[in-house]
Design a protein around this ligand. Structure first.
Ligand code: DQA
Length: 375
């Protein structure tokens, strides 16, 4: 598999250009890190940059037959180049659009992307990490394209699942993946795509869930995850899925959503929570200036809780080097529920490693799933 990463105007100035917005790494630094990452995940990569619209169009056209997909940061062309949109449609290669900055929270004109309708996903507002996320999502998409289906009759673009089913005669048990990102708009289910393809490679059907995010979203998100399980039970069989055998795998803030289901849904097989948030008040206390919980709670005064006993087993994998959600949250939660909660040693890993199928913790995840006694 080969991916082409194209950077547009002014991105050659990364490192010196508005560092508070675009960071301090140069384009050469970034290209080096993408090449290392590509080697790690076993794909080929090539990169190019131009300040000229025509040169970008040429690069897109020339990618046909040589690359399986494109990662594109079109810079300001994003906001008005119908010619680049046309080129992407013409070559018909899966493309992930990336923006380093949070284009949704800057000048209003940056919110418009005329090229996004030609992309399978847009990754924005994650700093330069967004490129790695884009490469990972694209590689997973190329390796195993999902079927994307609404679980609530198309009411919003955010209420969908990406379904992948293994090649097997029997209906497969299903792992429903719930991504993290503190319920903020810019963190989306692309984060779980590598895990989804790897688990499907190990015989699991996967349903990678999107849910409502942003201001005032938490209660709706909890309902969304419940609705997605209801949909799988009702319609899984039409897709080769055994909807009676659902495991929820939630990461970080999505871990909270997944564990919450274990407290409410006795029909689940169980939950595997990866670096989960279990103490909302502690998250607020450590981020008083930019409290993600207050923002996601919005008008709802009282935060949802994980009170009471989980109705189904919860397996937790939480690295000791996690600086986003301290592993003490998991230790405390596990100690409260010795009958139902199993905490696995994840070792010396940080917050995102637990959703990386190339990390050693993936073996721990498979073991937790095995202990849930499904496969
Ligand atoms: C950008 C955002 C664009 O609005 C801007 O014109 C850029 C970079 C980003 O990466 O955040 O040049 O694409």
């Amino acid at each position: 598999m080969r991916i082409l990463v194209i950077n547009g105007p002014n991105l050659n100035l990364l490192g010196t250009r508005e560092p508070s917005t675009y960071g301090t790494e140069t384009l050469a630094d970034l290209e080096r890190s993408w090449r290392m990452h590509a080697t790690r995940i076993g794909i080929g990569i090539a990169t190019c940059q131009s300040n000229h619209e025509g040169a970008i169009i040429d690069a897109i056209q020339n990618a046909r037959g040589k690359f399986n997909g494109i990662v594109l940061n079109g810079g300001a062309f994003t906001h008005y180049s119908y010619a680049i949109y046309d080129a992407l449609i013409a070559v018909d290669l899966p493309t992930v659009e990336v923006h380093i900055s949070n284009v949704m929270e800057r000048e209003p004109w940056r919110r418009t992307s005329v090229t996004a309708p030609a992309a399978i996903a847009v990754v924005y507002g994650r700093g330069t990490t967004g490129y790695i996320n884009a490469i990972d999502h694209l590689a997973a998409y190329i390796a195993m394209p999902p079927t994307t289906i609404s679980y609530d009759a198309g009411s919003t673009p955010d209420t969908v699942i990406d379904l992948r089913t293994p090649r097997s005669q029997e209906p497969a048990p299903v792992a429903m993946l719930v991504h993290g990102g503190f319920w903020r708009d810019q963190w989306t289910r692309d984060l779980m795509s590598p895990l989804a393809t790897s688990l499907t490679g190990h015989g699991w059907a996967t349903a990678n869930v999107e849910y409502t995010r942003g201001e005032d979203s938490l209660e709706t998100a909890i309902g969304n995850v419940a609705d997605a399980t209801t949909w799988l039970r009702a319609h899984g069989a039409d897709h080769g899925i055994d909807g009676s055998r659902i495991v929820l795998i939630g990461h970080s803030a999505g871990g909270f959503l997944a564990i919450r289901r274990a407290h409410e849904d006795p029909g689940l097989v169980g939950v595997v929570a990866l670096a989960p948030v279990t103490d909302l008040a502690a998250i607020s206390a450590t981020r008083p200036e930019d409290d993600p919980v207050a923002s996601a709670l919005g008008s709802h005064r009282s935060a949802p809780t994980l009170d009471g006993e989980p109705l189904r087993p919860v397996h937790i994998i939480h690295g000791v080097r996690d600086t986003s959600v301290p592993d003490t949250q998991s230790t405390t939660y596990a100690a409260l529920h010795p009958e139902t909660v199993v905490q696995h040693a994840a070792g010396d890993v940080e917050h995102m490693a637990v959703i990386d199928p190339h990390d050693v913790s993936f073996g721990t995840l498979l073991e937790a799933l095995r202990q849930l006694n499904l496969n």
